[in-house]
Design a protein around this ligand. Structure first.
Ligand code: SF4
Ligand code: SF4
Length: 390
């Protein structure tokens, strides 16, 4: 029996689809250069992808064909040697739109396996974001601005090859840096990219994350239904007609706060969240009307509180708000919980004002979209500079 290697790439649907595909394909090619058969594929349930919703690609490699066949006889691997998260905010958890419940980013990692994250954050920040794991695991950061692009336009900022160089360092039995460089020259014919892979290889360091480190919350759990309990189709039941959730603020039934599915949250789709300045809000209702996910709770004093369990971070509320700086999208990595901003404001207005200013001041630009011609040409040199500085 040979050895099986499994690697998963967790990415933001659409924005990082090409990036994830490039990484998983190149993993298989680099292993193949050393005589190991392999295959890369996307998780079935993630397709068709949705903007920003977490999705997965896998690369499965073996030392021989038979072991590969055995490894492939599963819907998806049950455990992986390496997990790659190409956006650091994915460390807060991963919820596919096909819905498997909220899963910790490190869920599939084998004991001692490696989590590789693209980020400009400190190690400690990422450790705190990720859920605790029963066994120790290794954490490595590929330092750099998170790479987002469109479905048809690829931002070639070397994130792909830097991750390949990091894998070569962390899992030398899978492939060597030389094999990675051979594949880069075959696929991209770019010696600068081979240099980026080598630099990432040299710079790779890991930190062991222990079982008592990380987010102590228990992620959502559920029991899979037995075959004889299933209905005619597979469906996530909606809230039964007539049932309403008590509004914790007013204790009214229904009304201000829209009914939401209590088990299907959308917050792991978010890489940014809106921060609302309740002191300047003119109660125009535009954010409430335009939010595509009905995220705004109407408060008893008729303000609009974006519900952080439901918000997917699309930025529409910021775009439609007519008051300057009343709604500001801030990097999701700046937050540790999903609590109500309005309650925080109501309980301590000077404290909220200070918090709001701090959050808005530190937020680095994060943009999913391709907004104008020449955008990537402007951004890539800066991204490569950050990568060079490490
Ligand atoms: S970013 Fe704003 S508009 Fe978009 S889902 Fe969140 S609250 Fe709604
Ligand atoms: S769009 Fe802006 S001003 Fe209007 S209700 Fe929402 S937060 Fe207030």
């Amino acid at each position: 029996m040979g050895r099986l290697f499994a690697i998963e790439i967790i990415y933001r649907g659409i924005f990082q689809k090409t990036l994830a595909k490039n990484i998983s394909r190149a993993i298989v090619l680099a292993a193949h250069a050393e005589g190991k058969p392999g295959i890369s594929f996307g998780r079935y349930g993630d397709s068709p992808e949705r903007n920003g919703i977490p999705a997965k690609n896998f690369a499965i490699v073996a030392t021989d064909d038979q072991t590969l066949e055995e490894g492939m006889a599963k819907y998806e691997p049950k455990e992986v040697d390496v997990t790659i998260a190409v956006d650091d905010t994915l460390c807060k958890g991963v919820e596919s739109w096909a819905w498997y419940g909220l899963q910790p980013v490190n869920k599939l990692l084998k004991p001692g396996g490696a989590l590789i994250v693209t980020s400009r954050e400190q190690l400690q920040t990422l450790i705190e974001m990720a859920h605790r794991k029963e066994h120790p695991y290794q954490l490595a950061i590929v330092k750099g601005t998170v790479s987002f692009s469109g479905l048809w336009v690829y931002k070639d900022d070397h994130t792909d090859v830097r991750i390949l160089g990091t894998i070569a360092r962390l899992l030398p039995d899978l492939f060597s840096l030389e094999s990675v460089q051979k594949v880069i020259m075959g696929e991209w014919k770019d010696p600068v990219k081979t240099a980026s892979a080598a630099k990432a290889y040299e710079r790779t360091t890991t930190t062991t994350v222990l079982p008592d480190q990380g987010n102590p919350e228990t992620p959502y759990k559920f029991d899979l239904p037995k075959w004889h309990e299933m209905g005619d189709g597979i469906a996530i039941p909606s809230i039964p007609a007539g049932h309403s959730i008590e509004d914790p603020a007013t204790h009214a039934i229904g009304g201000f706060r829209p009914d939401r599915n209590p088990t299907f949250k959308k917050f792991t789709t978010r890489t940014m969240r809106p921060v609302v300045n309740f002191d300047t809000c003119i109660k125009c209702t535009l954010c409430w009307l335009q939010c595509p996910d009905s995220c705004f709770d109407v408060t008893p004093d008729e303000l609009y509180d974006a519900n952080m369990q439901a918000c997917c971070g699309c930025g529409v509320c910021e775009a439609v708000c007519p008051v300057k700086d009343c709604v500001t999208m801030v990097n999701e990595a700046e937050f540790r919980d999903n609590s109500s901003q309005w309650e925080m404001w109501k309980n301590d207005k000077p404290g909220y004002e200070k918090w709001l200013k701090e959050k808005i001041a530190v937020h680095p630009e994060r943009s999913h979209g391709f907004r104008y011609r020449g955008q990537y040409e402007e951004q890539i040199p800066e991204m490569l500079e950050v990568a060079r500085e490490g």
